[in-house]
Design a protein. Structure first.
Length: 152
């Protein structure tokens, strides 16, 4: 597309009236260890979090979660329960976007970690010993709830 046609294009509805986006994430447990991944792009670049992403139009939350986990990590999961919600507003700090994130607890079923380009690292960790990793907002609370649900 030429510069002239780009400047004269009609804006999309989402550009004219931005709306919150729904995303899902998975607290995945394997042998009592929790998978955390480090993001490699905005939002939350270089922060540790759960794998996940945006829900596509026409997808159920479960379908979106299974798809996103497989795309980002190569893992197959069994979803157990929803853990609440988080809201992420990078626009309040000069970023872009408004995300409502629905985290779920899940068990690892199969596969070995094979990260896509959205992630730069992954670790299976004891949920009680996360240490000083930089985590996305409110993730510690969700980890506590997930560990209690899965590990008792």
């Amino acid at each position: 597309m030429s510069t002239a046609s780009w400047k004269n294009r009609i804006p999309t509805v989402s550009e004219l009236r931005p709306r919150p986006q729904i995303a899902v994430s998975a607290a995945i447990f394997r042998d009592r260890k929790l998978l955390l991944v480090r993001r490699n792009r905005p939002p939350a670049n270089h922060y540790w979090t759960f794998p996940g992403g945006r829900v596509e139009y026409g997808e159920t939350l479960a379908e979106a979660l299974v798809r996103e986990v497989a795309e980002e990590t190569g893992l197959v999961i069994d979803i157990k329960d929803m853990l609440g919600w988080r809201e992420y507003l990078p626009a309040k700090n000069g970023g872009i976007g408004h995300f409502v994130i629905l985290p779920f607890a899940a068990h690892w079923v199969s596969g070995e970690i094979n990260l896509n380009d959205e992630l730069e690292d992954a670790r299976w960790l004891d949920p009680r010993a996360i240490g000083d990793l930089p985590l996305t907002d409110r993730l510690e609370e969700i980890i506590t709830v997930a560990a209690r649900l899965i590990n008792g």
